[in-house]
Design a protein around this ligand. Structure first.
Ligand code: C5P
Length: 227
């Protein structure tokens, strides 16, 4: 398996979490979400470099506060949009990382099996993401909540992270997205828009993105249940 770099974007404001510190710095069962997210990759020896992307104003305090946990992690300043933060993180990796894993700091419950599956698929294909197929029926509605149509769910997936790419491909895709003024919500979109294939690996439902206080409670329940 070639060398991987890990980029963990944690530079969002997390406004939907309400007042307080950025969501990734909040405690989940006594340990900061962002450190739990890093823990999920701790046993994967193919990851040779780790980059944590935080808001520029948090970079100094984060490095000092969690010095021991971040001993082998480079902390870099992110940007206004997620794609700016990820690009800053990817640029901080050395060329010896042939592949990159990008993972939301807000998804601390990802399983090692999902990480390994996406890594293996990316090495075979160049680009792969973890995603979930849909169990619910999909509706499109107007602003008043009136249903306009039912959308066939065949072939529809919910994209999650981790997402893994050949480093040169992701770098090129993100730089072209920036030059083209594209606004993206995940890294695969950058690769899709330059016409390159991205493979899907089925993920797991407990890999939730902690966005609201309810998500934090749900994550605590998932941990307590031993998932
Ligand atoms: O905003 P969203 O929930 O999609 O954020 C997903 C991840 O991207 C979070 O971990 C967040 O901290 C990060 N992010 C970032 N820089 C931004 C916006 C979001 O690193 N400007």
């Amino acid at each position: 398996m070639p060398a991987f770099g890990l980029v963990l974007p944690a530079a969002g404001e997390g406004r939907r979490m309400g007042e307080g510190p950025p969501k990734a710095f909040r405690l989940l069962a006594g340990r900061p979400i962002v450190l739990r997210a890093l823990d999920a990759f701790a046993r994967i020896s193919e990851i040779s470099e780790r980059v944590l992307v935080v808001r520029p104003e948090d970079a100094g305090s984060v490095s000092a506060r969690w010095a021991a946990d971040l001993a082998n992690v480079r902390v870099v300043a992110g940007g206004a949009m997620r794609q700016d933060s990820v690009l800053a993180g990817v640029r901080a990796l050395s060329e010896s990382c042939e592949f990159v894993l990008v993972h939301d700091a807000a998804r601390p419950l990802v399983r090692e099996t999902a990480v390994r599956a996406v890594m293996e698929t990316a090495v075979r294909t160049g680009a792969a993401i973890v995603a979930l197929s849909l169990k619910d029926t999909l509706k499109r509605a107007d602003r008043d909540g009136r249903i306009l149509e039912t959308i066939p769910r065949d072939g529809i997936w919910r994209a999650q992270t981790p997402q893994a790419f050949r480093r040169s491909l992701l770098l090129d895709a993100l730089e072209r997205a920036r030059a083209g003024g594209a606004h993206l919500t995940d890294e695969a979109s950058a690769v899709e828009r330059i016409g390159r294939p991205v493979a899907i690996v089925e993920g797991h439902e407990t890999n939730i993105k902690i966005t609201t206080p309810d998500d934090l409670r749900l994550a605590e329940a998932i941990l307590a249940a031993g998932f």
